[in-house]
Design a protein around this ligand. Sequence first.
Ligand SMILES: [Zn+2]
Length: 408
Amino acid sequence: MTKERLYVYDTTLRDGQQTQGVQFSLAEKQQIAATLDALGVDYIEGGWPGANPIDSAWFDSQPKLRATFTAFGMTKRAGHSAENDTALNAVVNANTAAVCLVGKTHDFHVETALGITLDENIENIRRSIEHLVSQGREALFDAEHFFDGYKANPDYARACIQAAFAAGARWIVLCDTNGGALPAEVGQIVQEVITAGLPGDHLGIHTHNDTENAVANTLAAIDAGARQIQGTLNGLGERCGNANLTSLLPILKLKEPYRSNYEISVTDAALRDIKRASRVLDDILNRIPAPQAPFVGASAFVHKAGLHASAILKNPVTYEHIDPALVGNQRDIPMSNQAGQSNLRKRLKEANLIVEKDDPALGRILELVKEREAQGYSYDTAQASFEILARRELGLCPDFFEVKRYKV
Ligand SMILES: [Zn+2]
């Protein structure tokens, strides 16, 4: 069976940068773009040329990337031709292979926020996309507030995106800008848009995580036929973030039915580097990596419960949904008062302490850990402390571990 191609569009450098407290320097943009490029995404949205000196310098530097470098801007204003619109010119003059323009598709926003007629807005979309195409650019239209707009006035929302498509846009990106949509309605609306004549292989999905459903909404859109997904590393984005590529890419590569049905440009080898890619961004942001992040978090494959730990040691499939090595992560079985003997012997082995199965010291060490944890100690993130405790009990504690007390 031939797989269908899914395209991955990263917006860490544009939508991700719209996060409170996040401002990338030029060097950081270069480092993030190189990381994304190595990961293998299809498009890297660089930012908004002309919006600030760093973005302008970044676009002026014409970065050499394997991915399609994309500039972001907005459709022209009413009362100006596309050729004479200053903001649109700044985006076009960035000379990127692709340009993504955001425009309104919700009648309420057109009349309230823009204060123009519904027809004028459609005309602005049409002229702006035509202008990009006439300049030889791959054009993307970001349909802002599409799902809310569609629920309020489906005919108008559809007329907006159909105008962009007819004008030559390669991709129409349906945006859940407020992040309030849920998977079932996203799936239904994408399906209705396709049925009304917009081909799925020209549709993208851009979701926000305000109901913790950005990844689920993206999958629902793929299931309904959309073929471009947008997101950011670690789900970085304003408010509750964007769709998290650090979760989506492993799902698309490893989980059914996506693994069998779709091909993405991220290779198996690149996927094994995704945890490192996630850490590169945390490092730049000076953020502590989220331990519970699916796939890449430090706790994603930690098995503390004694029952789980003993089964995992027999066969990891018992309590792991994927092999952690596939995403560059690793299994960990911490020492704690919930540990059993199998877990204990594994931790001892990691410290080069080989202890026979029936050694009575094992029971004593377990009891000691339980006693200490009842007093408030914690060993599950303190392997060295555990090792000292075990060495003492095994009679293997070198002198330098003993704390000498002197009277003064
Ligand atoms: Zn967004």
